[in-house]
Design a protein around this ligand. Structure first.
Ligand SMILES: [Zn+2]
Length: 72
């Protein structure tokens, strides 16, 4: 199984691409760990647990935020 600790963190889901990013904690707003800062409309992004996004929404993990992610 994958690292459950890593999967149980809060992430940012981009509902347009269905990609889940790790949320960079300690920052204001929606900033991903990979450095991507979002300027999208509300409703396209969602704060969600990573595990929930991948298991129930079949979201792709960002390859830069997650070592076991796919793509880039
Ligand atoms: Zn990312």
């Amino acid at each position: 199984m994958s690292n459950t600790q890593q999967d149980d963190v809060r992430g940012i889901l981009n509902e347009t691409t269905m990609t889940i990013h790790k949320h960079e904690t300690g920052t204001e707003g929606l900033r991903a760990l990979c450095g991507q800062t979002y300027h999208l409309e509300h409703g396209q992004l969602r704060m969600i647990r990573v595990k929930q996004a991948t298991e129930t929404l079949d979201a792709e993990k960002c390859g830069r935020c997650f070592e076991n992610g796919r793509g880039y």
